[in-house]
Design a protein around this ligand. Structure first.
Ligand code: NDP
Ligand code: 8X3
Length: 248
């Protein structure tokens, strides 16, 4: 696969599975995240050319410096996968912690915008590229105590649509994947390391796995150039919408 693919949030879950998927196809990968050790390990393990970038998507300067630091061989980014993000807390608006709100808005919303803005010049100058944003069912429907996490993903849905309009004249493809429950480190982060509470989200339910989302992203990437997969909503069969689950 003769493409250069930048994946944010590659140290875990969906981003890591996507990296493994495209590495097996021989794509050139730029893998991003904050956990350097995990990035190093991935670079060592993956059977393809990998460049790692360690930055926090919330840090605007760090984002731009990281993208500007790319060696010439990795500059022609064909696909940007904006995946980094997390939920922080699951509380109603009265109880919620403002630091959690900042983390979600700064990471899930502004982070995606900063990375996109930093990468775009590398695509616009070649009039070619593909941007895939990882949204969520939480960006299509609000669920109890989802308030700000849902707001962040609704924003990603709107940003994706805006990007598609603005980049239409230059032929850059833009789409989003909106997963339901995927069993990753997501709930561990949301519940601040409470592993048992995190596990309870996925028990009695055949949840999506990170590889399911990687396969979906690959389907979007592999579509012929004249085809844009604008949106894919993907749920576990046991999930009907953001809040209706068939737990056994
Ligand atoms: P994980 O917690 O397993 O992975 C999150 C990834 O995002 C990690 O690689 C983490 O890397 C990175 N990340 C988080 N915050 C930052 C930051 N501030 N700067 C840089 N990198 C960051 O969760 P998932 O794989 O499940 O989540 C990936 C995406 O999928 C997120 O956008 C999430 O909202 C979305 N999603 C998840 C669903 C689920 O049920 N799991 C369902 C729908 C959407 P590091 O900590 O090393 O920086
Ligand atoms: C993650 C899915 O339902 O936990 O975006 O918000 S959910």
């Amino acid at each position: 696969m003769n493409k250069t693919i930048l994946i944010t949030g590659a140290t875990s879950g969906i981003g890591k599975a996507t990296a493994i998927h495209f590495a097996a196809l021989g794509a050139r990968l730029i893998l991003c995240g904050r956990r350097q050790e995990r990035l190093n390990q991935l670079k060592e393990e993956l059977p393809t050319e990998v460049h790692i970038l360690n930055f926090d998507v919330r840090d605007r300067t760090a984002v731009f410096e990281a993208i500007e630091s790319l060696p010439e061989t990795f500059e022609q980014i064909d696909v940007l996968i904006n995946n980094a993000g997390n939920a922080h807390g699951l509380d109603d608006v009265i109880e919620a912690n403002l630091d959690d709100w900042d983390a979600m808005i700064d990471g899930n919303v502004k982070g995606v915008m900063y990375v996109t803005k930093a990468v775009l010049p590398l695509m616009t100058k070649r009039k070619s590229g593909h941007i895939i944003n990882v949204g969520s069912i939480a960006g299509l429907e609000v669920y109890p105590k989802g308030n700000v996490y849902c707001s962040s993903k609704f924003a990603i849905n709107a940003f994706t649509q805006g990007l598609r309009i603005d980049l239409n004249p230059i032929g850059i493809r833009v789409g989003a994947v909106h997963p339901g429950l995927v069993e990753t480190e997501f709930s561990e982060v949301r519940f601040k390391g409470d592993v048992n509470r995190a596990k309870s989200v996925y028990n009695q339910l055949d949840a999506l796995q990170a590889e399911d989302i990687a396969n979906t992203i690959a389907f979007m990437v592999h579509a012929p150039e004249h085809v844009t997969i604008a949106d894919i909503t993907i749920l576990p069969t046991a999930q009907a919408n953001a809040s209706v689950l068939n737990k056994k």
